[in-house]
Design a protein around this ligand. Structure first.
Ligand code: ADP
Ligand code: ADP
Length: 237
C-alpha cells in the first residue's frame, strides 16, 4: 500500500529530517511510529500526504508515486489519505456536524460548501461517521464546547467522512489525559479493524503503541532504527 525506497528529506535550511528510509506498509495494517521528540516521526508521516516534500528516493501510495511538485496530484492524494493532528484542527465556531462535512469537501462543488449547502447524502455520511465514534448526540454543538477527547473524535469522524484508504495521525493523543488517550486509541483501532483502513499513528509512548498497533517502527535522528511486530518492540526502541 505504502512504499518508501531510500527516501530522504532535506529541509530548506539543510537539516536532514529523514535519512534513507525504506519501508513497506501493507493495506489494512495498524502501524505505530515511536521515538523521542525530534526523531522524525512527524516528518515521516507528513511525507506520505505531501505536507513535507521528500527530496530523494521514491514514495508510493497504492500505485501512485507521491509527487510533491504537482498540486493537482497532491489534491487527489489528500482525498485518499486523511490526517488527524495533535491539536484536532477543528473550526471552533461552527457545529460538529459542519466540521465533519468538511471531510466531504473534495466531493462537493465549492459554491455549495461555501454556502454550507451539503447534499442529503453527504449529511447522512457525516452522521454515520459521528455514530461510529459515538458522538452523534453532539452533532449540533459547537466544536469548541466539546472536551479534548470528544474533539479528537470529531476529527476522526471528519476523516472517516472522506472515505479514506489511509489515515495518518500525528500525535493524536499527546494532548489528552491517559484514560482519554486510551479511548481515542481504542476508537482508531476499532475503525481500522471494522473498515480495513491502513492506519499510521505517531506517538512517544511505547506502552500505548504496544497496546493498539500490529507493528512498531522506531525512529531516531531521522532514521528507522526498529521495525517489527509489537511483541519484539522493547524499551530499546
Ligand atoms: P518528531 O515528530 O519525532 O518530534 P519531527 O519530524 O517533527 O520529529 O522533527 C525532526 C527534526 O526535523 C527536528 O530536529 C526538527 O527540528 C526538524 N525540523 C522539522 N521541521 C523542520 C523544518 N521545516 N525545517 C528545518 N528543520 C525541521
Ligand atoms: P470524554 O472523556 O468523553 O472525551 P471528558 O471526560 O473530558 O470527555 O468530559 C466529560 C464531560 O464534560 C463531557 O460530556 C463534555 O461534554 C464536558 N466538557 C468537557 N470539557 C468541556 C468544555 N470545555 N466545555 C463544555 N463541556 C465540557
Amino acid at each position: 500500500m505504502i512504499t518508501f525506497e531510500n527516501v530522504d528529506v532535506v529541509y530548506p535550511n539543510g537539516f536532514k529530517g529523514l535519512k534513507n528510509v525504506d519501508l513497506k506498509i501493507a493495506k489494512g495494517e495498524f502501524v505505530a511510529i515511536v521515538g523521542l521528540s525530534g526523531a522524525g516521526k512527524s516528518t515521516l508521516i507528513r511525507t506520505i500526504n505531501g505536507l513535507v516534500p521528500y527530496t530523494s528516493g521514491t514514495l508510493t501510495v497504492g500505485d501512485t508515486v507521491v509527487d510533491p511538485r504537482s498540486r493537482s496530484k497532491l489534491r487527489r492524494l489528500r482525498a485518499r489519505v486523511g490526517m488527524i493532528f495533535q491539536s484536532f484542527n477543528l473550526v471552533n465556531r461552527i457545529s460538529v456536524l459542519n466540521n465533519v462535512l468538511v471531510g466531504r469537501s473534495s466531493m462537493t462543488p465549492t459554491w455549495r460548501s461555501v454556502l454550507g449547502w451539503y447534499r442529503a447524502e453527504d449529511k447522512e455520511i457525516a452522521f454515520q461517521s459521528l455514530e461510529r465514534v459515538g458522538i452523534v448526540d453532539k452533532a449540533y454543538n459547537r466544536a469548541s464546547a466539546l472536551s479534548g477527547g470528544q474533539q479528537q473524535r470529531v476529527a476522526i469522524a471528519r476523516v472517516l467522512a472522506q472515505d479514506p484508504e489511509v489515515i495518518l495521525a500525528d500525535e493524536p493523543v499527546a494532548s489528552l489525559d491517559p484514560p482519554t488517550a486510551h479511548q481515542v486509541m481504542r476508537d482508531m483501532r476499532r475503525i481500522q479493524q471494522e473498515l480495513g483502513i491502513t492506519t499510521i499513528v505517531n506517538m512517544h509512548h511505547l506502552d500505548l503503541a504496544r497496546s493498539y498497533a500490529d507493528r512498531i517502527i522506531g525512529m531516531r535522528a531521522g532514521e528507522v532504527v526498529f521495525d517489527g511486530p509489537v511483541e519484539e518492540a522493547t524499551d530499546a526502541v
